[in-house]
Ligand binder design. Sequence first.
Ligand code: URA
Length: 232
Amino acid sequence: MRAMRLDYFVAHATGLTRSQARDLIRRGAVRVDGQASVRANLRLSGETVYLDDAPLALPGHQYLMLHKPTGVVCSTDDPGHRTVLDLIPTALRRDLHSAGRLDLDTTGLVLLTSDGQWSHRITSPNTHCPKRYRVDVARPLTPAALEQLAVGVVLRDDPTPTRPASVQLLSDTRLNLTISEGRYHQVKRMLAAVGNHVVALHREAIGAVALDADLPEGQWRALSRSEIDTFQ
Ligand code: URA
């Protein structure tokens, strides 16, 4: 995580200046979880910050990119697994949800937001937002299979062919696949439909927003204004 400093967080949550926030921290008015904190440069990870016993939250909507590791679910509540929200500081979690989901064993880009209209533009079947995946498969890919994936395949239990996809072969058993739908387990089912099997799946991009190459698994960062605006 690009951890947020305590004084920055208090200033943004309260509308005070950084130096006013530092004053509050020095005076012991700010608690981080149970502890009165006097360190303005404390790096927050998952803690709740209180000012005079009231929990603080950042105003406005949040827009984040997360590098999802395997073993983490995209739902916000799961009794059996860690969720994507467990990787985000408590202060940012209010109303946060993922704009589309990845399977438990899929890694890569997840966009998280508290803005339901914004996430709807990404996930709505009507907007055809492209999502690019790096796909590793069990058996060498044939030209015929690549052609079928590009044109559209019929998935098991679903008579409507998939929309045309963009396909780029990276090696015998690796491809980039860009799809503009979000059907259940779509990539895995597409590869099954051409007689192959996905062994690893990683999402690299959603629309014009690509996962930072230097963002480690399990880490997040806030989206820039221009990244947010690409989905307006
Ligand atoms: N398609 C899949 O099969 N799984 C994912 O996690 C995403 C797309």
